[in-house]
Write a protein that binds this ligand. Structure first.
Ligand code: SAH
Ligand code: SF4
Ligand code: F3S
Length: 473
């Protein structure tokens, strides 16, 4: 069966559940952990559920169906899931809700074993490769009143036309590729998401055009390694549907900039080793492509980077940053950093701090190294004691925060273009939006500005957000 027929078959299950649910006014709650790819998957699960007649609620205790979309990139995600499951046991007993768990963590056998053993009230378990099959699994759980476990370990396929219910009406995520072939030694993602595979350019362009027609202003292109888009297909001569000559990430970006209505384009995550000149050129030549680029560093030590299998050195990273700064006016950078990778010495850690000082990042996502079962780094003998990891993390955090505070000063009294996203969460009187560099800006303004790009003068900075006043609409 091809993937189109597979998805078609699932639409029949959606219809069957819709009939079962008729007149029942059923509610679902979805809890998403992890990265933007997982959030985009959750939008697809929501799309399926809404077509089945479920409507979304925030209070999990009131849900007829509680769905978890899990992440396993670090250990704290596991603690979170098992904590939630403990809570849910009561809800299950009182209300008889259906409990379903999907996502990356379900691709790990030691986790599904634990669920089956200690949390046997869970009704449906599905993995990353079987997300599209959720309607069938749910239908069987409902009709047969039997636990469903639907997990497969394959390289992975691309499924198009899965229903989707997006969280925002202004900005949208578009997954352009799935899986990862990089096997950084600390990372579980390649094992739970399968091999790198890209969507056809035609399907991506169609999706972005539809978003533009529905009024979306900003899109974020998603993938574990977006700048290797279609690389496997090119290298291994795997056939893909040719469309407007697009055979690389740079060409995809250029084609998307031509779509009228889309005013901002972002992408995460690129890999420094694949940041080719054509991508830099595409970014600098279009005002629509945001000049905040996320460029994951992971470590500033060439020795640690080698152990991590990142395929670049400290010097190569810094050279790339210099080249980008020269060629992309108004460039800002964000990054991911792991502290306490096995064998990281004080000197290695100093190298990380050195890169942070030199680059002057707009935002740094900092993580304490977490051992992941099945990855090469988990088997390395020179693991760093927790106490040292935490101390280094605190030192890095201090440096990053003082950098952000200093950096925020450059915004004061400048006019920034803001995409207005909605009312501020903390005060209904205020609106919130983001700069090109993805900084949150809060300001007073009329609700009809929501969804528009307007000019705002920045008047003060508050570490994680800026305050402004509307200068021109
Ligand atoms: N594909 C992306 C990011 C994937 S995971 C990339 O290559 O940049 C997001 C971030 O989680 C990573 O960038 C890394 O900083 C962090 N991470 C991944 N595995 C980790 C681990 N075992 N411990 C701590 N942080 C980890
Ligand atoms: Fe993980 Fe590395 Fe792949 Fe990113 S590139 S998902 S960090 S293996
Ligand atoms: Fe987590 Fe899976 Fe994303 S492991 S970071 S949700 S790809």
């Amino acid at each position: 069966m091809n993937t189109q027929t597979d998805v078609q078959k699932q639409k029949e299950y959606i219809e069957k559940i819709k009939k079962l649910n008729q007149g029942k006014n059923l509610k679902y709650n979805i809890f998403t952990m992890g990265c933007q790819l997982n959030e985009n998957d959750s939008e697809k699960l929501s799309g399926m559920l809404e077509q089945m007649g479920y409507s979304k609620i925030e209070d999990i205790k009131q849900a007829d169906l509680a769905l978890f979309n899990t992440c396993c990139v670090r250990e704290n995600a596991e603690d979170k899931l098992f904590g939630k499951l403990g809570e849910l046991k009561k809800v299950k007993e009182e209300k008889g809700s259906i409990i379903a768990i999907g996502g990356c963590m379900m691709q790990e056998k030691h986790i599904t074993d634990k669920i089956k053993e200690s949390y046997s009230f869970v009704d449906v378990i599905f993995g990353t490769h079987t997300l599209y099959r959720f309607p069938e699994d749910l239908y069987k759980a409902l009709i047969e009143n039997k636990k469903q476990e639907d997990i497969i370990d394959i390289e992975g396929k691309i499924y198009e036309d899965i229903p989707i219910k997006r969280d925002s009406k202004i900005k949208a995520s578009v997954t352009i590729m799935n899986g990862c072939n990089n096997f950084c030694t600390y990372c579980i993602v390649p094992y739970v998401r399968g091999r790198e595979r890209s969507r056809n350019p035609k399907d991506i362009i169609k999706e972005v055009k539809e978003l533009a027609e529905s009024g979306y202003k900003e899109i974020t292109l998603l993938g574990q390694n977006v700048n290797s888009y279609l690389r496997v297909e090119r290298e291994k001569n795997i056939e893909f549907e040719k469309y407007k000559g697009i055979d690389s990430f740079a060409k995809l970006l250029k084609e998307i900039t031509k779509i009228e209505g889309i005013e901002r384009i972002r992408f995460v995550s690129p890999h420094p080793k694949d940041f080719t000149d054509d991508v830099i050129e595409a970014i600098s030549s279009s005002p629509k492509i945001c000049k905040l680029i996320h460029l994951p560093l992971q470590s500033g030590s060439s020795k640690v980077l080698k152990e991590m299998n990142r395929k670049y050195t400290k010097e190569q990273y810094l050279e790339l940053v210099e080249k980008m700064k020269k060629q992309i006016p108004n460039l800002t950078l964000s990054t991911d950093i792991i502290v306490g990778f096995p064998g990281e010495t004080e000197e290695d850690f100093e190298d990380t701090l050195d890169v942070v000082r030199k680059v002057n990042f707009e935002q740094v996502y900092m993580f304490i190294y977490s051992r992941r079962v099945g990855t090469p780094a988990d088997k390395m003998e020179n693991q760093i004691p927790e106490e040292i990891k935490h101390k280094r993390f605190d030192r890095l955090k201090e440096l990053v925060e003082s950098g952000i505070e200093k950096n925020n000063q450059k915004y004061i009294n400048t006019i920034q273009k803001i995409l207005v996203e909605g009312e501020s969460k903390t005060s209904k009187e205020m609106l919130t939006g983001r700069t090109d560099s993805n900084k949150v800006v809060i300001f007073e303004g009329d609700k009809n500005l929501i969804g528009k790009i307007i000019e705002v003068k920045i008047i003060s900075e508050h570490m994680w957000y800026l305050k402004g006043e509307v200068s021109k609409t």
